[in-house]
Design a protein around this ligand. Structure first.
Ligand code: 6GU
Length: 248
């Protein structure tokens, strides 16, 4: 997968080079490039923003630098296989695990990081005529710009690419993933020693009874979901609950 990020703060995206993402890049599974939007400004002040039409607070990012940037980073794409343009914005649709999985299927993602009050709408409308555009929000709070949201989205997408995770199964039981625990939050986990500062590991986990362990894990997941995300519990299909779930 190829990822391009256009921003006025390329240093902000440096973390993309470390850890899981850095290793994925080293393995050739992922190629990430960041681009300074000011490369595509031609005035002495390298202006990227201006006052909003209609008045109001703040500044709006100008259309032309964005259009030139998008043309440059999409120049090698085939018109039949366009990249997906992702615009992080608090006004977007929710970025979810399902959306991450959908984006992980695409060959080329371009992230357009807005700062100030956003990007001139005509840029997004024009882009949408030649490529899919996803305006996405990572949650119900407001960030100063899209850069931190891009770090979140790229990490969520990249770990779903084949070969990126060390353990192919580790994505399966994740909170929100499809699978036996779909729609439930993950419960608590324990490792050695079995006794630590007077606290024991739940005995069922050392029992060797795999049926009892699976039942216990599911009960813990149900309890945690009820406590932390009652909205998720209400959204569960009652058909996916068994008799023992209902009792819990
Ligand atoms: Cl994607 N961008 C910004 N600037 N703020 C946000 C966001 C994105 N998601 C939630 N808040």
């Amino acid at each position: 997968m190829r990822i391009d990020v256009i921003t006025i703060f390329p240093e902000y995206l440096e973390p993309l080079r470390v850890s899981l993402l850095g290793k994925a890049a080293d393995k050739g599974l992922l190629s990430i490039e960041t681009h300074d939007l000011r490369q595509w400004t031609y005035d002495v002040h390298r202006t990227v923003d201006d006052t909003p039409y209609g008045g109001g607070p703040g500044m709006v990012m100008k259309a032309e630098p964005w259009a030139l940037a998008l043309e440059a980073v999409t120049a090698s794409d085939d018109a039949a296989q366009p990249p997906t343009l992702v615009v992080p914005t608090p006004s977007g649709r929710p970025f979810t695990q399902a959306k991450a999985a959908e984006l992980a299927e695409r060959g080329h993602l371009v992230f357009a990081c807005g700062r100030y009050e956003g990007i001139d709408r005509r840029v997004i409308d024009a882009a949408a005529e030649t490529m899919p555009v996803e305006e996405l929000s990572i949650g119900d709070y407001v960030l100063a710009g899209g850069e931190a949201a891009v770090l979140v989205m790229v990490e969520a997408v990249a770990r779903l690419l084949p070969g990126v995770l060390g353990n192919a199964e580790s994505a399966r039981d994740d909170s929100f993933a499809d699978g036996p625990m779909a729609g439930l939050l993950e419960g608590p986990v324990y490792t050695k020693p079995s006794e630590w500062r007077g606290r024991s590991v739940p005995p069922v986990l050392i029992s060797g009874n795999h049926g009892a362990i699976a039942r216990w894990r599911r009960d813990q997941a149900l309890a945690r979901t009820a406590a932390n995300r009652p909205d998720l519990l209400r959204a569960l299909d009652p058909e996916t609950l068994d008799k023992k779930d209902r009792a819990a």
